[in-house]
Design a binder for this molecule. Structure first.
Ligand code: GUN
Length: 292
């Protein structure tokens, strides 16, 4: 069994990006600039955004954190986004989700200029991705593709069962893995909450992508010998014995499933750490697409 180490791989990708930024500086080019919009003060969102900004600094990008009050009106938030769309010094930006309840998330995401949408959440980017055109690919599926590619996990002709059909993980990864190219050419089945007899399906899979959000749902009896396991789950499970009061659990019962697998992503340290590296990669790509 080989662990797909997302921490090490993401660090390697950050070093590659850092080297590229350094070369840009040597050539006298402007370095990539990412902005992040954070509405309110949700603890988890603050942690994520803080980590994104620190990673930008690490690789040599310019970064701007825009913090807005939780009670900002939708109109004012839309105005802020329009300013970001017009800002020529910015290559890309993200609006951290979830947004407060009084704001229509879909309307906000639709207002982001697709050329600056480094999260890849705008329908224009989703459509371009599905049509195999240049596009910003959402960080989580992009991170999975990079892990599969860099570890040379065989995917061509393999049966991949994706469990979950969310717009930011299940659906896009099912499209990407069925496309031509590295980590692609798989035969993909998308399973979801209405799927009948899921264990029968997962037992036929060469590759299983779990993106369900139910801790330790996938057990050893649901997996065939030698399967590749990608675990996208990150659920906080209360645990009094832990200083933080919770532990992070994936969708896979790790120990028992790992024993049967050929490759497996741990949680934490698998898909999770890849996402920020992919956001940086998209921002670098935005800079390159937007030259000069
Ligand atoms: N909230 C949780 N993950 C993400 C992400 O990848 N992008 C944004 N904008 N918000 C998130």
């Amino acid at each position: 069994m080989i662990r797909l180490d997302g921490k090490q791989t993401s660090n390697r990708i950050k070093e590659e990006i850092k080297a590229e930024v350094s070369a840009m500086k040597t050539r006298g080019e402007r370095v990539p600039h990412l902005a992040a919009v954070l509405v309110g003060d949700d603890g988890a969102s603050l942690t994520y955004v803080g980590s994104k900004v620190r990673s930008c600094e690490y690789v040599g990008f310019d970064s701007t954190l825009i913090r807005l009050e939780a009670n900002i009106s939708q109109a004012d938030l839309l105005k802020q986004i329009e300013d970001l769309n017009q800002d020529d010094t910015l290559d890309g930006y993200i609006v951290q989700l979830p947004l407060p309840k009084h704001i229509d998330e879909e309307k906000i995401l639709l207002s982001i200029d697709p050329e600056k949408d480094v999260d890849g959440f705008h329908p224009a980017n989703f459509g371009r991705m599905a049509l195999e055109l240049d596009a910003f690919i959402p960080a989580t599926p992009f991170g999975i593709m990079q892990l599969l590619e860099r570890y040379e996990v065989p995917t061509q002709g393999k049966h991949c069962v994706v469990v979950g059909r969310s717009h930011i993980v299940g659906r896009p990864i099912s499209i990407l893995m069925s496309q031509k190219g590295p980590a692609g050419n798989a035969t993909v089945t998308v399973a979801h909450s209405r799927t009948e007899n899921l264990p029968e399906l997962t037992r036929q899979a060469d590759i299983i992508v779990m993106a369900l959000g139910i801790p330790e749902y996938l057990t050893a009896d649901m997996v065939k010998e030698g399967a590749v396991i990608i675990d996208v789950g990150i659920t906080r499970v209360p645990d009094e014995n832990h200083p933080k009061g919770y532990v992070i659990k994936g969708d896979v019962a790790f120990d028992e499933v790992a024993a049967k697998s050929s490759f497996i992503t741990p949680v934490p340290g698998g898909v999770g750490p890849m996402t920020i590296a992919m956001l940086l990669k998209n921002t670098l790509q935005a800079r390159q697409w937007n030259l000069p």
